[in-house]
Design a protein around this ligand. Structure first.
Ligand code: SF4
Ligand code: SF4
Length: 448
């Protein structure tokens, strides 16, 4: 069996973001294979743990994927501040005599944005609404490389490494079977230090916020990279919960058109025409949103990555171009309107080099600086009695369910199978046990 089939069979998907099936992404030939190890969310340490503790697995997988995609150049992009991780990977590269190279990046947010990474390493700009393949590159995450190294031994993707941090007794890295409750991950970190809190799944910039009352319904998926406990009154919680209607009202009365949101926008800086200050002006003063949405400057909202830098860092008036763009994107999607490019080629703006926002300063602005310098290197492996596994953890069609209530299942058994000719991913069982419930796409398995 070829590597692409092994990756497909194992159910590997992008580990930090939306969960694009990796076999579909890597079914290409490229000049550059880029491995994203920048872990740009300020508080997460998962990728750093993997680079320190499983460097040879990473390098072997990068090399194998490089051969498969006929990549002429293979780079792992990671921050220049990751001294131990660089040393660990460099040692593995030397001992394996590998052609894989490391590419040190500045410690800025969002260094791990796929398009920023392509721009940093290749000097090329992915066109707006495009993909790295448009400029001869493919990007995969370092955690996906761990999954691929296991797929090379025909082991499916059933366990996930994630960071548990914030207001917990002892910040840790957890290795959890997919479907483990988030609650048990928090307990493994000694529990929360505060009684009232919010839970952030992912990092503080792009992660999803949940109320404490929702904790019992949260489970580890293939894309869970972190669990962060945050105080209810933190700037982070207040910013994320700020209602759109209020954000729009505030934009109308408070936007001073200073353009900082545009000048610091990572997509603007790589050369895209996205100018959030123009969108704010057009939308805030619009009397007819439908007409306003026909303007090209407003349609550029479709290329916003929702990185949040404009909202958290750039705007002196505490406005949220990100929320406005999210609203516009949803509206365009509803109307079936897709982005049309207006230029043949794009290149990074000169000011990009000195407009980068340092990750530490960002953590201060987010009110999470207290957790920024945690050196998280302790691993706790969980063995839950029950898991809740969705067959729709990825982009594309849900997997076709292969089991019934009452079936005995073993770790590695197929639960959700890729439907014929669909973009999808396989999902496997993560513990030995019995299927006790199936609710839509969610399968519950109790330990035997
Ligand atoms: S940074 Fe804020 S105040 Fe300045 S143009 Fe952008 S939205 Fe308006
Ligand atoms: S969220 Fe703001 S800073 Fe980020 S890409 Fe969108 S407009 Fe630019």
């Amino acid at each position: 069996m070829g590597l692409l089939e092994q990756i497909k069979d194992a159910g590997i998907i992008g580990c930090g973001g939306a969960g694009f099936p990796t076999h579909a992404k890597l079914n290409c030939e490229v000049e550059y294979l880029l491995v994203n190890a920048a872990e740009c969310e300020p508080l997460l340490r998962t990728d750093r743990y993997l680079m320190k503790h499983r460097p040879e697995d990473i390098i072997r997988a990068v090399e194998a994927v490089g051969q498969m995609t006929k990549a002429q150049k293979m780079f792992i992009g990671l921050k220049e501040t990751y001294t131990d991780e660089i040393a660990s990977l460099q040692k593995a590269i030397s001992s394996l005599k590998s052609p894989v190279k490391l590419f040190p990046l500045h410690n800025y947010y969002p260094a791990g944005d796929e398009q920023a990474l392509v721009c940093d390493i290749t000097g090329r700009t992915v066109p707006p609404a495009g993909i790295p393949l448009n400029v001869g590159a493919v990007v995969s995450n370092v955690a996906s490389m761990i999954g691929i190294s296991e797929a090379m031994n025909d082991t499916p993707f059933t366990e996930k490494y994630l960071t548990v941090t914030g207001e917990v007794k002892e910040p840790i890295i957890v290795k959890a079977p997919i479907g483990t409750s988030v609650k048990s991950c928090i307990e493994a970190a000694g529990g929360s230090l505060i009684s009232d809190y919010h839970i952030l799944i992912g990092g503080p910039m792009m992660g999803k916020l949940y109320k404490k009352e929702e904790l019992d319904s949260l489970y580890v998926t293939k894309t869970t990279s972190g669990v962060v406990i945050v105080k209810n009154d933190s700037a982070l919680v207040q910013g994320k919960e700020f209602p759109l209607e209020r954000a729009m009202r505030m934009a109308r009365v408070s936007c001073i058109q200073c353009q900082y949101c545009t000048e610091m926008c990572p997509r603007f800086l790589i050369g895209h025409p996205l100018s959030p200050h123009k969108i704010m002006r057009s939308v805030a003063y619009s009397e007819n949103l439908e007409e306003t949405m026909k303007l090209q400057a407003v349609k550029e909202a479709l290329t916003c990555s929702e990185c949040g830098l404009c909202e958290v860092y750039a705007c002196p008036m505490m406005l949220s171009p990100r929320k406005v763009n999210q609203m516009l994107k949803a509206e365009y999607r509803k109307q079936g309107i897709r982005y049309q490019r207006t230029q043949d080629s794009y290149s990074a703006r000169e000011q990009r080099d000195y407009r980068r926002v340092n990750s530490h300063r960002l953590a201060m602005r987010l009110d999470v600086e207290a957790y920024y310098d945690y050196d998280i290197d302790k691993l706790v492996e969980l063995a839950p009695d029950e898991v809740h596994i969705s067959v729709a953890q990825h982009i594309g069609a849900p997997g076709e369910i292969q089991v019934q209530v009452g079936d005995s299942v073993n770790k590695g058994d197929l639960l959700g199978k890729i439907p014929e000719n669909a973009l999808s991913a396989n999902t496997h069982c993560s513990i030995n046990g019995t299927v006790t419930a199936i609710d839509k796409n969610m399968i519950t398995i109790k330990k035997a």
